[in-house]
Write a protein that binds this ligand. Structure first.
Ligand code: URA
Length: 261
């Protein structure tokens, strides 16, 4: 049994400082195993305690894993130098002090972004050694051409001479200007540069999966959710690209079209 002070438990798992936690407890905003607890120095069992702050359950895990459906106009950084950061979109009840975006989406890109305070997991996720597949849906300026399939599969050479690992691409449903792309690496502006290399132009880009974790349909643009243990495991699994496209093409195509992106 790991005994820990309630305020330490909460401050390690949220952005609240100990003095804020004391205030919240005094106001009756903290519950321990369903009961209001007014003293923030109460000792709790960190493994079994059910702690809620302002109605939000605080997980027992030391680390937090949040999936954000990133909107356009937010930057994937922790400082605000180049614009509003994605961290602004995480509610304080689930944000922790050491959180950062694990990976990058351009300022004008949307979709699945993991935000965590687990440096080791982020390192493994981004490491080229693991080649975690990522799937994007793109809206193109010109119609999709079937010759892209072979060009992407054999490893494209970008305008600056850089070569890409083999990638998959497939036209999506409902429009000849929508396509899915699967990459196993993450070069700077890679998807945009790949389509530029075949003479097209990406107008909208949305990441729809990380490993086998698919952006949930119910997670609207700008919303986030805490991931469960099994979702985190899915980040490191693969899924079949063809089956993914067949299953999710109607959903994500409609998503882009309905959001008028
Ligand atoms: N490729 C891009 O070009 N932009 C992104 O945001 C992600 C992948």
């Amino acid at each position: 049994m790991a005994q820990i002070r309630l305020d330490k438990f909460i401050s390690e798992r949220t952005e609240y400082t100990r003095s804020q936690i004391k205030e919240l407890a005094a106001k009756g905003r903290i519950r321990l195993n369903g009961e209001v607890v007014k003293k923030s120095d109460t000792k709790i069992d960190s493994e079994s305690a059910k702690v809620e702050v302002c109605g939000q359950r605080i997980g027992s895990s030391r680390y937090k894993y949040i999936l954000l459906n990133k909107p356009q106009d937010y930057v994937c950084s922790t400082d605000g130098k180049d614009g509003e950061t994605v961290l602004k979109l995480i509610p304080p009840e689930i944000r922790t002090k050491g959180m950062f975006p694990a990976g990058r989406l351009d300022k004008d890109s949307l979709g699945a972004l993991l935000i965590t305070d687990d440096g080791e997991l982020a390192h493994n996720l981004l490491s080229p050694k693991h080649h975690i597949p990522k799937i994007y849906i793109v809206k193109l300026a010109r119609p999709f051409e079937n010759n892209y399939i072979n060009k992407f599969e054999t490893g494209l050479t970008l305008a600056d001479g850089e070569t890409c690992l083999p990638a998959r691409v497939k036209k999506a449903e409902n429009s000849d200007k929508l396509a899915f792309v699967e990459l196993h690496e993450g070069k700077y502006h890679q998807v945009k540069r790949m389509f530029a290399a075949v003479g097209n132009h990406v107008e909208v880009l949305m990441r729809v999966s990380l490993g086998a974790l698919v952006l949930p349909e119910k997670l609207a643009i700008g919303e986030c959710m805490e991931l469960l243990h099994k979702d985190v495991e899915n980040l490191f699994k693969e899924q079949d690209f063809e089956s993914f496209c067949d299953r999710y093409s109607p959903i994500f195509s409609a998503n882009l079209i309905n959001n008028q992106l």
